[in-house]
Design a protein. Sequence first.
Length: 76
Amino acid sequence: MESDAGTTRTVEGEAALWCDRCGERAAEGDHAACAAARELEPPRYCPACRRRMKVQVLPAGWSAACVEHGTVRSGY
């Protein structure tokens, strides 16, 4: 799984199916508020399978782990 600070998340080179903040379909609805919130917050849902991820926030950054698709980190 790859991550970036922008609005588009990719999973193994493919477009994300699910919004990693609200868990709804990425192609449906307006996710501008999600994109703005993701500038400061870690992802909460896996963009590939919509599973709730285990998130750990530390002063140096954050990590979010999906049991199926692995871990995404920021700031480490």
